[in-house]
Design a protein around this ligand. Structure first.
Ligand code: DI6
Ligand code: FE
Length: 397
């Protein structure tokens, strides 16, 4: 199958990797060839082709940090914050993440899938082809497994790739209040091993924060992950600087996420470990955060920057990756090219995916086709969706 009369942002090589009058050849769910129309190899010219009227084609977008699977909502907490309570106060009073834990424990796999599908559909409607989904609202062995089973099940309901992260170290459940180490030993690590045995875990994540786990505790989780051969990533330096980014770097993490309070030294460490800094402007915005992530330090030291929604019921009820890109540009001063790179090529890196995020021979044929004249239009408008259609695995989705 050939896609013709297109402009392509390959996100391969420098910048957008823009090819003005391009052709993409797809074969068996993979990109077979991409380049200027004039260079199309003669033996490819006779294939079925689809004229896309000059539209822009990008890699299918990748949302590399979400908490899409959960029970309930937190609209009341949104109200409480606007009446003056802080995110941390609500968490310490047993609300916040723990209120979602109560609702998630009450749900079956089917309930969780049914609740997640409309959220997922909002992402897919904007050209997303791959989505990361975390556990972390179960905090008991059975519910952590239930969440991950629901995440995997999404792939059977929609044309999407799901990458899972085990986030048992997300919060300390009430029955282990003040006994975080016991929670890790009795619940979190056994849940990780059980989930891994069932093939439910692609990476291991944690929340390193005053209201969650210390770097030493996260270190234990990372040791267990490494023993299972699983890559790690971390919610680090979101509300304060605790040393999570440096810890993540020491374990060669795929990514350190949030990182508003990261320092120049953290940027150096992340660059050395090849970890991605995943920026989550939806949480920054929702929590009225004022500490900006050190974007200049990330750029200066060559840390790849990804952007994601952090879609979750509390700190980032954001289900638009295009809006996350807009926020990345306007709030964090990313360039539009960095924003698109952050939801394609660098988002793939943040998930350890080698076959997504770029348009190049051998990559999966996951594509987004847009009614725009230039890629900068994608993060530019607010609340406007120019997606024309997606290709998933070489087929129209
Ligand atoms: N940081 C976040 O942004 C989410 N989890 C985390 O560790 C928030 C989760 C929530 O508030 O429900
Ligand atoms: Fe998160």
């Amino acid at each position: 199958m050939l896609l013709t009369n297109i402009q392509v942002a390959t996100m391969d090589g420098d910048g957008y990797g823009l090819i003005p009058d391009a052709v993409i050849a797809m074969d068996n769910g993979r990109i077979d060839w991409v380049g200027p129309r004039a260079d199309l190899p003669g033996d490819m010219a006779g294939q079925d082709s689809r004229d896309l009227d000059g539209r822009l084609v990008t890699p299918g977008l990748i949302d590399c940090h979400t908490h899409l699977v959960h029970g309930g909502d937190r609209a009341r907490e949104f109200e409480m914050r606007l009446e003056g309570a802080s995110y941390e106060e609500i968490a310490r009073a047993g609300g916040g993440i723990l209120s979602t834990v109560r609702d998630t424990r009450a749900a079956s796999v089917e309930d969780l899938v049914a609740a997640a599908l409309p959220r997922l559909d909002a992402l897919l409607a904007e050209g997303v082809c791959t989505v990361e989904v975390k556990s972390g609202y179960g905090l008991d062995v059975e519910t952590e497994l239930t969440m991950l089973r629901a995440a995997r099940a999404l792939e059977r309901h929609r044309k999407v790739r799901v990458v899972t992260s085990f986030l048992g170290a997300h919060a300390i459940p009430p029955d282990y209040d003040g006994r975080a180490d016991d929670y890790l030993e009795v619940v979190c690590l056994p849940a990780l091993r059980a989930a891994h045995d069932e093939g439910l875990v692609d990476a291991v994540d944690g929340f390193c924060e005053g209201i969650a786990f210390t770097p030493a505790q996260i270190g234990q989780v990372f040791e267990a992950a490494q023993a299972l051969g699983l890559p790690v990533k971390l919610h680090a330096e979101q509300l304060s600087h605790l040393g999570g980014a440096a810890l993540a770097a020491r374990y060669g993490a795929l990514s350190a996420d949030h990182v508003e309070y990261a320092t120049e030294d953290d940027a150096r460490a992340l660059a050395r470990s090849g970890s991605v800094a995943t920026l989550l402007p939806g949480a920054f915005y929702t929590l009225h955060e004022t500490q900006l992530p050190p974007v200049a330090a990330f750029r200066g030291h060559g840390v790849p920057i990804a952007l994601a929604t952090d879609a979750n019921p509390g700190s980032s009820p954001l289900f638009s990756l295009l809006l996350a890109m807009n926020m990345g540009c306007t709030l964090f001063r990313l360039t539009p090219q960095e924003a698109l790179c952050g939801t394609t090529r660098h988002a793939a890196l943040a998930l350890g995916l080698t076959e997504a995020g770029r348009i190049a021979p051998g990559m999966r044929a996951d594509l987004a086709v847009w009614d725009v004249g230039h890629p900068a239009e994608l993060p530019y408008r607010i609340g406007f969706n120019p997606l024309h259609h997606r290709w998933f695995d070489g087929e129209i989705a």
